[in-house]
Design a protein around this ligand. Structure first.
Ligand SMILES: [Zn+2]
Length: 307
């Protein structure tokens, strides 16, 4: 009986947190003064901003359609959100279905900007196909390509190529910045491939299933409260299975994301006697960390949880 009440409380809490989260966490975009000499780039959400800034650095200004602090899975941009498209040279989006619900609005919003080039950052990548009960027998692409080493390497390369094409005079800098970024990712890959190969266990539990590609990069297994597309509140059955799984397998850590039901993860952690530890999906800006540092933080926290 006690368990039933707990599961009910978790479900109710999830609803409450999901419905309130985008309001509570909305932060205004910074009002950076645009420098007329810089290449103007619009992106769909924060992870694209992080990747683009890592390659473009001082040569570009980047504005995000989805404001920092709003989760990108169920977002519908307003006319105001789409303002950045009027004078941008590039619009960089993730792809793998993430922006499908509103991508047609981009061309409409930029009808006065015929030169706007659309760049699909995940182009050429192989999507992970999801087929869990939430999707009722349909295969859907996992969009979280950016939360991985291989994914962010490819996305950074596609972004670099687009910047070079749009602004060839700064080609040497874009190439150099990309090479530095790539080398750092490769050294992370090397370091953590060894660490995870020697890890005692291979499974980790998150609030939102955003780490499928990262898990695949390193031969790990992700369990989560909410599905990858945040397609609804988790069922009582799923919460019970996860609670039982954590107890049976003595899971020591439940990872908590900023924007997706942090209270549910924290409650689960308490129930199964585990620590609640923050993890970054890069869907909002990762506090004060750079893109690479946020990935490194995630990998280190996952590693610690496995040993
Ligand atoms: Zn996500």
């Amino acid at each position: 009986m006690k368990k039933k009440i707990l599961i009910f409380a978790l479900s109710a809490l999830f609803l409450f947190v999901v419905s309130g989260c985008s309001l509570n966490h909305s932060k205004p975009e910074s009002a950076a003064t645009p420098d007329s000499n810089k290449l103007k780039v619009a992106v769909s959400f924060q992870a694209m901003k992080g990747l683009t800034e890592a390659i473009g650095k001082d040569h570009i200004t980047v504005e995000s359609v989805i404001p920092d602090g709003s989760e990108p899975h169920n977002f519908q941009p307003t006319v105001k959100n789409l303002m950045a498209l009027h004078n941008a040279k590039l619009f960089i989006y993730n792809g793998f279905g993430l922006e499908n619900a509103w991508l047609n609005k981009v061309t409409n919003a930029a009808s006065d900007n015929k030169d706007l080039v659309l760049v699909e950052a995940s182009k050429g990548g192989k999507p992970l196909l999801l087929n869990t009960p939430e999707y009722k027998g349909k295969n859907v692409d996992d969009p979280h390509f950016w939360v991985s080493i291989n994914g962010s390497e490819l996305e950074a390369k596609n972004i670099k190529d687009a910047l070079v094409k749009a602004d060839p005079k700064n080609k040497a800098d874009y190439e150099k910045n990309y090479q530095t970024f790539y080398n750092e990712l490769e050294s992370l890959k090397k370091e953590y491939s060894k660490k995870f190969a020697d890890s005692k266990r291979k499974d980790f539990v998150t609030g939102h299933a955003a780490f499928g590609y990262l898990a695949k990069d390193f031969g790990l297994e992700q369990k989560s409260i909410s599905d990858a597309l945040l397609s609804g509140e988790p069922s009582a059955k799923k919460l019970k299975e996860l609670t039982d799984y954590c107890k049976k397998n003595q899971v020591t850590t439940i990872f908590v994301e900023d924007m997706v039901s942090p209270k549910v993860s924290e409650t689960l952690a308490k129930e199964v006697n585990a620590k609640a530890v923050k993890i970054y999906t890069l869907e909002s800006s990762p506090d004060k960390l750079s893109y690479i540092d946020a990935l490194r933080y995630d990998l280190e926290q996952i590693y610690k949880s496995l040993n």
